[in-house]
Design a protein around this ligand. Sequence first.
Ligand code: FEO
Length: 162
Amino acid sequence: MNEKLLKALQEQLNAEAYSAYLYFSMASWFESENLTGMAHWMKVQAKEELEHAERFYNFINARRQKVNLLPIDGPKTEWSSPLEAFEDAFKHEQVVSKRIHDLLALAIEVKDYPTQEFLQWFVKEQVEEEAAAESIVRKLQLVGDSKNALFMLDHALGERGE
Ligand code: FEO
């Protein structure tokens, strides 16, 4: 397998693990604010990110290459408001989408067809990931300073399925 592509796949596994860490950190901050519905939403998101990391793990293995786990950066731990946290989540997903697109461009450049096929799932997933985060950002903008509306949105986000 092309070495540069293998390195990029390993780095994306790490980026997905970092995403899980970031969302667990956001969950923890929401818990500290007693916004347990939003904390639940973030924990479900964090678990999804671990599944994304595992997809890279499994794919690298399936290609008979060795997974080398890289250190995970420490995430931010404090946010000034729920809006700021979800804005960060949305921005983070945009960064992840760009990473996936760059990875796909590299797989095309080195003519690695299995990796191109593997990444298609992530291209689609990122459209959903960005839309989900952006939708909550817009809801929080509508909520503004209303405590009632924030309470209702927190409750609604607590209903997210696993
Ligand atoms: Fe694994 Fe949220 O991207």
